[in-house]
Each structure stands twice: as structure tokens, then as C-alpha cells.
Design a protein. Structure first.
Length: 367
């Protein structure tokens, strides 16, 4: 049995000098105005629990639950506080201390028994698609949030060649992305080929573990990381390409053996260069900087957050929608499936006709 709050690092917590410069950047502080819903408040709370100067209190765990894990605070912090590491360790420590709840138990079981197993997840995707056709998914909120499902993404071969390859890249197909937004993967892979990359789909690759870590299940995330590393170590590649910002951030932080080789699709294409586009897109477009790529203002999706904390998620979304709609754009391009689903549902609820699409789909239309 480990000591309480052993995962939280004293050194990490001590980097916060309580200056408060992060407060206005934090989406939950912005909508509540409460110190307890700010990065500084959360760090203070976790520090007191760790030091034993404040008794652990179930009520106060809400402040940890309500953190999106978006890490916007990290990018504005002048002291270099590693907030992402702190909140993930803090969440895992809190899970050891808190009373069990049905909601959290169900989310952990869903992650471990479904998301962590590609075959079961694919079967669930097929069932959901059938239920959508019968109009059965509209009865629950999470069902209404889903985009219309199409056949999942399946690479035609283990390796997709290109003429005169300049690079060989591995591609993260991932867990929910091939089911929710297969068209994004199709476009991403095509863009990689246009950029002169031979694309390898590592057989046996599983969920990267981001959803697990975000949910405080660091052991589950570790098991997936170990399984994936066995798969990656069996192949040779210049970079592992990810077209889901949340997964990319997790792979960069938690896969030290891939250091420097995990690249977001947009990052990689900018690095290796693309041929001149064949056509011009005459469309008014805005871009959603995903929290996990640019630490921009979060849309409230944040992995399972929109399911576990729908009220706060919706308050944050409304602020985002005001800004998005004010741009008057025809299209909003995104780099993360969670953002895409959240923005699609939000824009629908406001009666907006703005289209949401993955940045890869937008780019591909120019070729
Ligand atoms: S997290 Fe950074 S910006 Fe926020 S209070 Fe602490 S030191 Fe200041
Ligand atoms: S991760 Fe996001 S929601 Fe959590 S404290 Fe930082 S800015 Fe606020």
C-alpha cells in the first residue's frame, strides 16, 4: 500500500508561486469566477492534501473533477508549472482516496473493458451505427452528441506506398477516431502520401492511453503504453503521425522512447513541406486551436469531460460558440475528434450552418 498522494511530486507542486497570472486563461475560472475552480486553487488544494495540512474532503474533490486538463494554464504560467503532470498524478491519487461512485466506476469499466480493446470497441461502433439508423441514439445526451457514423476507417494494407518516398512514417489509427471520423484519417493519410511519405500502420496498435490518464487511470494508461511500445519497436519509422491533438499530447509526454518522433499531422506537414496546392479554397474559414496543440481556449470537450461533467462543459462551450459564430466563417477546421464532436453539437443547438471538419479534410481539398 503506497502512502496517500504519493504520485504527486512535491517538486512539481512547489513550482507554483501563486502569482495568479493563469487565472483568466482558465476556462473554469472564467465561467465561475471562483478561486477554487482555478489552476492556483487546485494546486493549493492538492499541496495541502499531499502535506497532510488539510484533511481530504469528498466535497472538495469536485474542484479536481471540474478541471478540464486542457493545460491552458501551463502555457501562460511564467514559473513553468508542469500542470498537466500535476493534475494527472493528482487525479490518480484522488481515485485511491475517494468514495466509489457509480459514474466513475462506469467510466473506468468503459475505458478498461471497451476502449482498451479494439475489437470490442469496433463491435460497439457497429452496434451504435445500427442504432443510429433505427433512430434509437437520440434518447440519451451522449447519443445525440454523436456524428452520423459511417463504416470505420480501415487501411487497405499494412503499408501504403508512395512514388519516390522521402520518409517512412507510422500512423496512429487510434481508438475512437476511426469510428467517429474515418474521413479525417482518409484525408490525413492521403496528405502524407502527397508529402512523399510511405505510411505504416503498426499491426496490433491500441488506444494510446490518453483517455485513461485523463481519467486518473495511470495504471491502465501504462499497460497500453507497454503494449504499444512492443508494436512500435517492431518497425522502423521516421515519425509517428497523429491526427488527434489529445492523443499526440499524451504520446509526447508518456512515451519517452518515442521522444522527438511523435508529430501532429500539421506539425509534420509543416516540417517536411508539401507540394504547391493545385487549387484555391474560396471559403471563409476559422480554426479551432486544440488545447493539446496550442493550449488555446478550450471548447469544453476534454476527453470524457463532456460526458462526466455536462453542465460545466456546456457553460464553457457556450463561451466558445459566441466567439466561433462571431467570426461569420462557413467552416471551422479542427485537429481533435473531441473538439469536432463538441462543436458540431453546439453549433447544431444554436441553429448554425457552419460546417466543422478536420484540418486534414480542408487541406486535402486544395490538392
Ligand atoms: S500556476 Fe503558474 S501562473 Fe498560476 S499561480 Fe501558479 S505560478 Fe502563477
Ligand atoms: S487544465 Fe484547464 S481547466 Fe484545468 S486548471 Fe488548467 S486551464 Fe483550468
Amino acid at each position: 500500500m503506497t502512502a496517500p498522494f504519493a504520485r504527486l511530486s512535491d517538486d512539481d507542486l512547489a513550482t507554483c508561486v501563486h502569482c495568479g497570472l493563469c487565472l483568466d486563461a482558465c476556462p473554469t475560472f472564467r465561467v465561475t469566477g471562483l478561486e477554487t475552480e482555478s489552476p492556483r486553487g487546485r494546486i493549493y488544494l492538492m499541496t495541502q492534501w499531499k502535506r497532510g495540512t488539510m484533511a481530504f474532503d469528498e466535497e472538495q474533490v469536485r474542484h479536481i473533477d471540474l478541471c478540464l486538463g486542457c493545460r491552458t494554464c501551463e502555457s501562460v504560467c511564467p514559473s513553468g508549472v508542469p500542470y498537466g503532470r500535476i493534475i494527472e498524478a493528482g487525479r490518480a491519487d484522488v481515485e485511491d482516496q475517494r468514495r466509489p461512485s457509480l459514474k466513475r466506476f462506469a467510466s473506468r469499466v468503459a475505458l478498461r473493458q471497451l476502449v482498451g480493446h479494439p475489437r470490442r470497441l469496433r463491435a460497439a461502433g457497429e452496434l451504435t451505427r445500427a442504432a443510429q439508423k433505427l433512430g434509437l441514439t437520440g434518447v440519451v445526451r451522449s447519443g445525440r452528441m454523436l456524428p452520423p457514423l459511417h463504416p470505420r476507417y480501415r487501411p487497405a494494407r499494412e503499408v501504403l506506398e508512395t512514388s519516390s518516398p522521402r520518409y517512412r512514417v507510422a500512423f496512429l489509427v487510434g481508438c475512437v477516431m476511426p469510428i467517429l471520423y474515418p474521413q479525417a484519417h482518409v484525408a490525413a493519410v492521403r496528405l502524407l502520401q502527397i508529402a512523399g511519405c510511405e505510411v505504416w500502420f503498426p499491426p496490433g496498435e491500441r488506444c494510446c492511453g490518453a483517455l485513461f490518464a485523463h481519467n486518473g487511470d495511470l495504471d491502465g494508461a501504462k499497460r497500453l503504453r507497454e503494449a504499444n511500445m512492443r508494436v512500435y519497436n517492431a518497425g522502423k519509422f521516421d515519425a509517428l503521425i497523429v491526427d488527434s491533438a489529445g492523443c499526440g499530447a499524451h504520446l509526447k509526454d508518456y512515451y519517452p522512447d518515442l521522444k522527438g518522433r511523435v508529430k501532429d499531422l500539421t506539425e509534420w506537414l509543416a516540417e517536411v513541406g508539401m507540394p504547391k496546392p493545385e487549387s484555391q479554397l474560396n471559403v471563409k474559414l476559422t480554426y479551432q486551436d486544440a488545447c493539446h496543440l496550442a493550449h488555446a481556449l478550450c471548447c469544453g470537450a476534454a476527453g470524457l469531460y463532456s460526458t462526466l461533467e455536462p453542465e460545466m462543459s456546456n457553460r464553457i462551450l457556450q463561451e466558445k460558440l459566441d466567439d466561433v459564430i462571431a467570426t461569420g466563417a462557413d467552416v471551422i477546421a479542427v485537429a481533435n475528434p473531441g473538439c469536432q464532436m463538441q462543436l458540431e453539437a453546439g453549433l447544431r443547438s444554436r441553429g448554425s450552418t457552419m460546417r466543422v471538419e478536420h484540418i486534414a479534410e480542408t487541406l486535402l481539398r486544395a490538392y
